[in-house]
Design a protein around this ligand. Structure first.
Ligand SMILES: [Zn+2]
Length: 243
């Protein structure tokens, strides 16, 4: 089973399990309802077999309404058991939204992540110093996965040494792929039109790993992540995994 740890595609992909990212700033409540409706259409269990959700406030879209959105986010987290991660959330010094508001919104999401015991999927552009400072100041205990990493090995090293995992997508620095150990590495499609299997194939080749070995390694990590979550023990149920 391929695990796509971060995607915006709402259509499930055969042979893969994905974490679909919904942006609360973009009124994700509609998407939640849409996915719920389809869930019922396909016997009410298929979504859990193939798609989980991450919900967050994307730094690109942060504005003064973020506090209201945080409440909606908390609502989704506490009422929808498909939500297994917070994000994508983070900091982006290159985008147009106000950086001080981004920071405030990110810290608020870190608090939700810690309160509900959910890991975070992180978006970070040219703001790694602040990201690491916030992780330290907030005494973060949850796993953070830095998504769409394209940086150099030195930067990967810095993140990993602070306990942050790394996710690679369609574009990456091959030296960094070689550098990040398989127990810290995740794969994603994000906005790419490529199938997650293609991403696995190219990363396995760079790491000179057997693709099945890579598949098993990430699946093991993913199951462990789910088993640590406080909410429904439904995730422990092996029957929910498509074999
Ligand atoms: Zn994304």
């Amino acid at each position: 089973m391929f695990i796509d740890i971060h995607t915006h595609k709402k259509q499930p992909e055969s042979g893969a399990m994905s974490v679909v990212s919904l942006d609360m700033m973009d009124d994700a409540s509609q998407d939640l309802e849409l996915l719920k409706a389809r869930d019922i259409l396909i016997e009410g269990k298929s979504l859990l077999q193939q798609q989980f959700l991450s919900v967050g406030l994307h730094p690109w879209h942060i504005d003064k309404s973020f506090e209201k959105r945080i409440r909606q986010l908390e609502n989704a987290v506490s009422s929808d058991f498909r939500v297994i991660m917070i994000g994508e959330a983070g900091l982006d010094r290159v985008c147009g939204s106000d950086y001080a508001l981004q920071k405030a919104a990110f810290i608020a999401q870190v608090a939700v992540s810690e309160k509900y015991g959910l890991p975070m999927i992180i978006h970070c552009v040219k703001a790694f110093d602040d990201l690491l400072a916030i992780r330290k100041a907030e005494r973060v205990t949850q796993k953070w996965i830095l998504h769409g990493f394209r940086g150099k090995p030195q930067q990967a090293d810095q993140l990993v040494s602070h306990g942050i995992d790394i996710s690679f997508g369609e574009k990456y620095n091959a030296d960094s792929v070689r550098f990040v150990s398989k127990d810290k590495l995740w794969l994603e499609t994000d906005e790419s039109t490529k199938a997650i299997g293609e991403i696995y194939a190219s990363i396995a080749e760079i790491k000179r790993m057997d693709i099945v070995e890579l598949e098993k390694e990430i699946e093991k990590k993913f199951k462990l992540m789910l088993s640590r979550q406080q909410s429904p023990s439904v995730y422990d149920n092996e029957n929910l995994w498509v074999k």
